[in-house]
Design a protein around this ligand. Structure first.
Ligand SMILES: *[C@@H]1O[C@H](CO)[C@@H](O)[C@H](O)[C@H]1NC(C)=O
Ligand SMILES: *[C@@H]1O[C@H](CO)[C@@H](O)[C@H](O)[C@H]1NC(C)=O
Ligand SMILES: *[C@@H]1O[C@H](CO)[C@@H](O)[C@H](O)[C@H]1NC(C)=O
Length: 227
């Protein structure tokens, strides 16, 4: 009895015991506060993600951004001669393109376009289609012409297979020429202009040889646009 009394006393007249119990309450209080803080942050985060997602969705539905479309409308090939004695290709090819902006709200700045021409995976020429000299803004729902002139001579090391392929094309009068274009463009929505985009355009062409440089039948050819 004498032993228990101090305990009872301690329990009743609290001041001595609470200091021992307080540490038990503190972590509880801290954890639940942490939890509710995290809970609030989590809810804010989820709400933000949903809002941003909605904003992007609405932007997409209203603006409907699309890439430009690119076609080769005309190809004039008047020289394509490979001389094995000096491994030189003499070539003369003019290509006409159209770039179409299908967007209802966006216009496109064509800042730079470079075209590379390949035969049998070997690059034989390049041409600056658009430079800062002739860069332009293309308004919504419109088409613009561009052209590339590949002319000159180039030393190429074609192997026997490639030379025989070239002779076949020469007999058929149609050359398989691959043209790759490197673009640098920006989009504009109202007064807001985007960063640079660098799409690549790939055109697999069957170019008929035209000795006269006059009218030749070339079917308009669609190119692949890769962003
Ligand atoms: C290569 O050889 C051909 C024929 O022999 C010639 O017509 C042409 O001019 C030569 N090209 C160069 C770059 O020397
Ligand atoms: C093709 O491009 C050339 C060179 O820029 C141009 O002179 C010619 O008018 C174009 N032809 C067509 C049909 O657009
Ligand atoms: C070149 O053009 C002339 C007339 O413009 C035509 O008579 C001749 O057949 C053409 N030659 C070739 C190889 O297309």
């Amino acid at each position: 009895m004498a032993d228990k009394q101090p305990h009872l006393n301690g329990a009743y007249y609290g001041p001595a015991i609470p200091p021992a119990e307080q540490p038990r309450y503190r972590p509880h209080r801290g954890r639940s506060c942490c939890c509710c803080l995290f809970g609030i942050l989590w809810k804010i985060l989820v709400a933000l993600i949903v809002l941003v997602g909605l904003a992007i969705l609405i932007f997409w539905l209203v603006v409907q951004p699309r890439y430009f479309k690119f076609h080769v409308t005309k190809a004039d090939l008047t020289q394509f001669d490979y001389y094995s004695n000096n491994n030189t290709l003499h070539y003369n090819m003019v290509l006409n393109f159209t770039a179409r902006n299908p967007n209802k709200k966006l216009s496109i700045y064509y800042d730079k376009v470079e075209a590379l021409a390949f035969y049998e995976d070997v690059r034989f020429a390049n041409y600056d289609v658009i430079t800062h000299m002739n860069s332009f803004r293309q308004y919504k729902k419109s088409s613009s012409p561009m052209s590339a002139v590949f002319t000159g001579q180039q030393v190429l090391m074609l192997n026997n297979e490639q030379v025989s392929e070239l002779n076949q094309d020469k007999n058929a009068g149609v050359y398989d020429i691959y043209v790759k274009l490197y673009f640098r463009i920006r989009f504009r929505l109202g007064d807001v202009i985007s960063n640079d985009y660098k799409p690549k355009v790939k055109c697999h062409l069957k170019v008929p040889f035209s000795k006269n440089g006059t009218f030749t039948l070339f079917p308009t050819t669609k190119c692949d646009v890769d962003f």
